[in-house]
Design a protein around this ligand. Structure first.
Ligand SMILES: Cc1ncc(COP(=O)(O)O)c(C=O)c1O
Length: 401
């Protein structure tokens, strides 16, 4: 198939694709590691690969060959039968986390949906159905997930939402204590709020939440859709806190770019998800699981957790130094390769400058520049990307004066 120009691609979208996304004026056609190429042949440094999905880089050779091999053998089989890759992957996830059991689906929102359904099923005998989640959280776009999401902009036009949800400020234990009652079945939060501005949960807060949940017979759900599978320099974000959740949700990095989601629950809690209570036609297909197994193999065999921590140190040292030079940088925060740069001015101009200069970043919550580079990002790409980013911040600062 001949390569279409950007103009042709855009025209086709205008005619046939629903306009629910505001898209940047670029069509990517190829990716390799931390680089992507557009339809006009330009190469970009990708510091936000696949919105955090391609944590081991675009088109990782292990993922390619796992998909190719599995594709030729068996693409899909439904969950009324067993399939070998699903069991192998569940074992990998369980052994690398808290020894739980897995339910597979295809996205983060579906994993969150499964977690909410499981929490309600688990609590139903005691009449527990309420869920406490956090302000500024993001849990996805299905109905239960937007209800759990603590940002009004995602609720607009969809009222009334599901009953039984309360949002409390993040990192505020007292607010959870006040909201919790005998009808609460779960507290849900992200270890680091991603879309909400890269806000890191305090250690004391998470540990106290764990104790609070235990004392009150309430489940602790950690949404690790963005923090999971190596993003923070450990396999899972909760490991930084020395506590374990009852339920964890995963997606994004899990499939190395292939659509894949999972909900992991402790063995005891998982028993509430009995046959017939929940399902997904595509969830845990041999193909998705083969891709995901390749991600686990790559992280282990290529020491990617260590590489993630090294790259993180370099980025934080550069950005903290930049914060000394540019007053518009209010704070640099995050963990591992989940990094937020909060500005005192809107970040859109910096985002636009980077894109024009072939560096892909993200701007969330208007003023927070977000980077989610891959764990194996080469030093050269990082230097090039950060040079452009700093120049963008410098220009934004001088035009804001
Ligand atoms: C923490 C968190 N949960 C859930 C989701 C929803 O994931 P998906 O877009 O795959 O449904 C996201 C997506 O950004 C997320 O960051």
């Amino acid at each position: 198939m001949p390569q279409r120009s950007f103009k042709q691609i855009k025209e086709q979208f205008a005619g046939y694709v629903i306009g629910n996304y505001s898209r940047n004026p670029v069509a990517f056609v190829r990716g390799e590691g931390s680089y992507v190429w557009d339809s006009e042949g330009n190469r970009y440094v990708d510091l936000m690969p696949g919105w955090g999905t391609t944590t081991i880089g675009h088109c990782h050779p292990r993922v390619i060959s796992a998909i190719q091999r599995q594709c030729a053998r068996l693409i899909h089989v439904d969950n009324t039968f067993y399939n070998e890759p699903q069991g192998l992957l569940a074992e990998q996830i369980s052994r690398h986390s808290f020894g739980g059991r897995c339910f597979f689906c295809n996205s983060g929102a579906e994993a969150v949906e499964a977690a909410i359904k499981l929490a309600r099923l688990h609590g139903q005998q005691e009449g527990r159905f309420k869920i406490i989640s956090m302000k500024d959280s993001f849990h996805g776009r299905t109905f239960a997930a937007i209800t759990a999401t603590g940002q009004d902009k995602y609720h607009k036009g969809y009222l009334p939402l599901l009953p039984g949800f309360t949002h409390v400020p993040f990192n505020d234990l007292r607010a959870v204590e006040e909201a919790l009652d005998e009808k609460t079945c779960a507290v849900m939060l992200e270890p680091i709020q991603g879309e909400g501005g890269v806000n890191v949960a305090d250690g004391d807060y998470i540990r106290a939440l764990r104790e609070l949940c235990d004392r009150n017979g309430v489940l602790l759900i950690l949404d690790e859709v963005q923090t999971g599978v190596g993003r923070t320099g450990r396999w899972f974000g909760y490991e930084h806190y020395g506590v374990e959740p009852d339920i964890m949700t995963l997606a994004k990095a899990l499939g190395g770019g292939f659509p894949m989601g999972a909900m992991v629950a402790s063995e005891k809690v998982s028993r509430s998800l009995a046959p017939g209570t929940h399902a997904s036609t595509f969830g845990g297909s041999p193909l998705a699981c083969a891709a995901s197994l390749a991600v686990f193999e790559a992280i282990e065999q290529e020491n990617l957790l260590e590489r993630c921590r090294e790259a993180s140190e370099y980025i934080f040292s550069r950005l903290n130094a930049a914060a000394q030079n540019y007053d518009v940088i209010k704070e640099v925060r995050g963990r591992g390769l989940m990094i937020g740069i909060e500005l005192t001015i809107p970040g859109k101009a910096v985002f636009d400058y980077c894109l024009k200069n072939f560096v892909r970043i993200n701007c969330t919550h208007e003023t927070v520049l977000r980077l989610l580079p891959s764990m194996n990002v080469p030093q050269e790409a990082l230097e090039q990307g950060l040079d452009v980013l700093e120049e963008g911040i410098r220009k934004a600062q001088s035009s804001a004066l």
